[in-house]
Design a protein around this ligand. Sequence first.
Ligand code: CO
Length: 211
Amino acid sequence: MDTYYKSLLDKNKEWVKSKLDLDPEYFQKLSKGQSPPLLWIGCADSRVPANEIIGAQPGEVFVHRNIANLVVHTDMNMLSVVDYAVNVLKVKHVIVCGHYGCGGIQAAMSSKSFGLIDNWIRHIKNTYRLHQEELDSIKDENKRFDRYVELNVWEQVFDLAKTSIIQNAWNSGQELSLHGWVYSIKYGIVKEVISKLKNNSQLDTVYQLDF
Ligand code: CO
């Protein structure tokens, strides 16, 4: 057997042992159910592991990840995760977390075709179009890239706020805050792009739903 692959199974056994050494009931307790306070919508990038960068334990974060942490309102996968998290698990916080150096954002900045993924990347290009004036005015390409990452998170948080799921929860008085973060792979630190969105009043009126 391939040694890397085999090491994964060995590491699993070691991890189980380390948990049981601290608490023999650890897995029995976890198996009773979950009630995480947080939903994480992050990039699929291997360097941005949701639990690890916020020091969260198993059972603490409900996670959805895709390329460039997008909230695409026809994405049944994302909608199902958000619906379950908000309406069943009753999470109190949703963090959309992007990261500097995101390959998805970099691809969206260029005109190069990457194949099928172009159709996913196109959602990111919409953000460029919405903020073209600001982005085009940044002459330094790295700085423009960083700002594009931040604006992408900004737009995804607002796209999340536009969903019927989030607006319905707010309308019914559920305690629910949306947050936009950008993680720095280089330094490990998070920058808050949107610290707290708690109602739909900042949405353009055409997106505000009456229930
Ligand atoms: Co990324």
